[in-house]
Design a protein. Structure first.
Length: 77
């Protein structure tokens, strides 16, 4: 991904369908999108590897669930 992607200013992003914020007690920029969700995950920084794995598994579950909702047209895009 790093070979063909680079950081972009918010005002030069293309139209965005879905924005996911992770929670983690971090202020995310307001990016206009058709659908937005906050997954309210805890930041595992500074915790043991097991906590990183738990967080990664939660993200995987949420991505699968989001994919299902998109395919079932439960999210209006």
């Amino acid at each position: 991904m790093s070979l063909d992607q680079s950081s972009k200013l918010i005002d030069v992003l293309p139209n965005i369908d879905i924005v996911i914020t992770m929670g983690c007690n971090v202020n995310c920029p307001n990016i206009l999108s058709k659908h937005r969700e906050d997954w309210g995950l805890d930041d595992p920084t500074g915790l043991c590897e097991e906590e990183f794995i738990k967080t990664a598994k939660k993200i995987e579950e949420k991505v699968k669930e989001l994919s299902y909702r998109i395919l079932e047209k439960k999210i209006n895009l």
